[in-house]
Design a protein around this ligand. Structure first.
Ligand code: X2X
Length: 343
């Protein structure tokens, strides 16, 4: 009896497998815990956004989807440029990741790192909320992840321990820590600096010991990481690039969830991303510069460039822009330029 029931069950399973049927999503298929990767922790808008997403998901799914946030890219031992690969492989279930860190695997994401492409926040929005953002989400969807929302790390301003930077000349020979895309090596080499690539985890000790002179990161990161305590005394607002954040889920994980839970996760991503983006942009505008004031109060000399001064940096990096536009895709770059012009 027992045996016959078991064989019937097996036969049924084989039939379902043969027909390519998969069982409907059930509570049993859900993991006890989903792993979400970020680089920065919740003292930063980025990590705060990840935590917020996790909280909202728990709330909206009645606790069915339980997420733990792993900051410091700890699921890939701090090597943030491996995050996307681990996400594809299912080592990471979900992530809030920077376009920079994923650009070694998704070359189109280098778009946001083209020097001086995006003059202001409206320009970023024109890309992420327009046809360019849609195309980039399609590129990601073709690589085993489900992209759900755009957040923001921010405009990456340049700092150093040596002197105020007003001209490309001032960067000459400076040892600069840069992030993981070769495009950053090209940009800083074109400016006459001496760039070296390293993870965020390695960057802070390198600044503290003077192994590097400078770095580039958004003001919210500069402030929360207290970079003035690791010798970063000069900060130049040049707004050369900005990195959006993307809220994503591994495709197999996504497919294991019920329709209703997928909607809950997507809605939660939209809401968390909007709130995160507002935090990333807070205190750094002409109407509200509280964050900038705080940085200055910590003894940092902040350099504001004139348009002419900024143009000198643009000119010095124009060759890099051209070369990388070809690698990213001329069509996509042209769309981006058009949509920014129309913003
Ligand atoms: O490593 C960086 O500079 C950081 C934290 O901004 C990114 O992960 C892109």
């Amino acid at each position: 009896m027992q045996k016959r029931r078991f064989s019937a069950l097996l036969a049924g399973l084989f039939a379902a497998a043969a027909l390519g049927l998969s069982a409907p999503a059930s509570a049993e298929q859900y993991k006890d815990e989903y792993k979400m990767s970020t680089v920065l922790g919740d003292a930063f808008p980025w990590g705060w956004g990840a935590k917020r997403w996790a909280e909202l998901v728990a709330e909206k799914t009645g606790g069915r989807i339980n997420i733990k946030v792993y900051p410091g890219a700890s699921l890939v031992s701090g090597d943030q440029t491996k995050e996307f690969t681990a996400l594809r492989q299912g080592i990471i279930d979900m992530a809030v990741g920077s376009t920079i860190n994923w650009s070694p695997q998704v070359k189109e994401l280098n778009l946001f790192s083209l020097p001086f492409l995006m003059p202001d926040h409206k320009a970023i929005d024109a890309l992420t909320h327009g046809r360019v953002g849609k195309k980039l989400f399609e590129d990601l969807a073709a690589r085993d992840v489900v992209p759900l929302a755009w957040g923001e790390n921010g405009y990456r301003e340049v700092s150093n321990s040596k002197r105020p930077i007003r001209t490309p000349e001032d960067l000459k020979g400076m040892k600069m820590r840069v992030v993981g895309s070769p495009l950053f090596l090209a940009t800083f080499s074109a400016l006459g600096a001496n760039p070296t690539q390293m993870s965020w985890a390695d960057a802070q000790p390198a600044m503290a010991t003077g192994a590097v002179d400078g770095q580039e990161n958004p003001l919210a990161v500069f402030n929360a990481a207290k970079l003035h305590t690791v010798g970063q005394k000069y900060l130049t607002l040049w707004g050369y690039v900005a990195d959006p954040l993307i809220f994503v889920v591994n495709k197999n994980v996504w497919n294991s969830w019920s329709e209703a839970d997928r909607k809950a996760v997507a809605d939660a991503a939209q809401q968390a991303a909007a709130e995160e983006l507002a935090r990333a942009r807070a205190g750094i505008s002409a109407s509200d510069d509280t964050l900038l004031k705080q940085i200055e109060a910590n003894g940092v000399t902040v350099v504001h460039l004139t348009d002419a001064e900024r143009n000198a940096f643009r000119k010095a990096t124009a060759g890099v822009y051209k070369e990388w536009a070809g690698k990213i895709g001329e069509g996509l770059v042209k769309q981006a330029e058009e949509d920014i012009a129309k913003r």
